[in-house]
Design a protein around this ligand. Structure first.
Ligand code: NAP
Length: 360
């Protein structure tokens, strides 16, 4: 199969670097274009990331000599790539408009930014949960008068740890009425250079601006339905979130309490549902799909970021400490890799889904 040429806009940042690392030798995609801010534009990729490269392996040989484009100038991408992964960090309204310009120019956008997440004809995908939301893409294209381009987004990075385990229970027939989440989010989630070291070492910061709102609203869209050309949120599950920044490099952890409707599963049933859960990415055998999307650890002191974040290429959610809750019905701890499953790996999985379903 001939590989698809892809671009990464915002290629020099924390998420962009992860895209460059993860796309090296990807069986379907080939990085042919990189872009970032005007201050990086014109340099080779190697020069642009010199001194701020955060990955443990060096930049791939093929990408080092690519000349970095200005991500604000869509014309620079035209002819160099078929689609772009967007890992931009700049003013939200600017990202929103810029991603639309790429789509208008015929370049599908797979975005990590929050800017387009709440546009009602833009699918916000966790492919194990709502792969059917891609059916809105022809309507999105028609509404905007776009020919080949479209926008697909992925949700906030902490959601991937708990939404798949919660969805697996809903899919098995158990209504979840209320959920309380307390996240402990890694510093890489704030990009590079991110949170100042003096705020972070020997400390916990009990605020990540805008994060609690995202954690409470985004699941409603993911669980929503397409009605008359729009994705209508499912507001039946009430969510309360506390989001904290902790001195961990990679891996977002969440402590979750759930209240079910009238029908309540036993702890053993829940473990079985999680262990057996498979979905469309696994059925389609997508290259970045984890073989087992939810891994349950029986050890009483797991999951832990250092030990569990890389499970199944960093794409699985690891869950543990399932027990009864004295206030709701159950509680557990879950974890996923924020810059892989929660960012670049999640974006790549979205593109693989769209390729496998004939949208690219
Ligand atoms: P980051 O490390 O700050 O990187 C930002 C990128 O945007 C860099 O490539 C930067 O280029 C580029 N950029 C900045 N200003 C620009 C401008 N005016 N014009 C064009 N490009 C510009 O941020 P990040 O953590 O990678 O996050 C990228 C996006 O992913 C954000 O929208 C973030 O919310 C989202 N996200 C992040 C995570 C995570 O775990 N970090 C997870 C999910 C989603 P220069 O290097 O040239 O400045």
């Amino acid at each position: 199969m001939e590989k698809i040429n892809v671009g990464v806009i915002g290629a020099t940042g924390m998420v962009g670097q992860n895209y460059i690392r993860l796309l090296d030798n990807h069986p379907w995609f080939n990085v042919t274009y990189v872009a970032a801010s005007p201050k990086s534009a014109g340099k080779s990729y190697e020069e642009a990331v010199m001194g701020k490269w955060q990955m443990v392996t060096d930049p791939p040989e093929k990408v080092r000599k690519l000349i970095v484009g200005d991500a604000n100038d869509v014309n620079q991408a035209i002819g160099k790539c078929t689609l772009v992964f967007s890992a931009l960090e700049m003013e939200k309204e600017k990202i929103k408009e810029l991603e639309k310009e790429y789509a208008k120019a015929g370049i599908p956008v797979f975005s990590n930014a929050s800017a387009n997440r709440h546009v009602d004809n833009v699918p916000m995908l966790i492919p194990e949960i709502n792969s059917n939301h891609i059916e809105i893409i022809p309507l999105q294209k028609k509404a905007n008068g776009w020919d080949k381009g479209f926008i697909v987004v992925k949700p906030n990075c902490s959601l991937q740890s708990y939404m798949t385990p919660v969805y697996a229970l809903v899919k098995a027939g158990y209504e979840v009425k209320r959920m309380i989440i307390t996240t402990m989010q890694a510093v890489s989630g704030a990009g590079y250079p991110g949170v100042p070291s003096l705020d972070m070492i020997d400390n916990i910061v009990p605020l990540i601006s805008g994060e609690e709102e995202k954690s409470e609203i985004e699941p409603q869209k993911i669980m929503g339905k397409i009605v008359n050309g729009k994705i209508v949120n499912d507001t039946s599950m009430k969510i309360s979130a506390h989001c904290n920044r902790v001195p961990v490099i990679d891996g977002h952890t969440a402590c979750v309490s759930l209240e079910f409707g009238a029908k309540k599963p036993s702890l053993e049933e829940i473990k079985k549902i999680w262990k057996d859960f498979r979905s469309e990415p696994q059925e389609l055998n997508l290259p970045f799909a984890p073989k087992q999307p939810i891994i349950y650890r029986e050890e009483l002191n797991r999951p832990q970021p250092r030990k569990d974040r890389d499970s199944d290429k960093g794409m699985a959610a690891t869950v543990g400490r399932l027990r009864e809750c004295k206030v709701f019905d159950i509680r557990f701890v879950c974890l996923s890799h924020n810059t892989v499953r929660g960012a670049a790996g999640g974006g790549i999985l979205n593109a693989e889904l769209l390729k496998a379903k004939g949208y690219l």
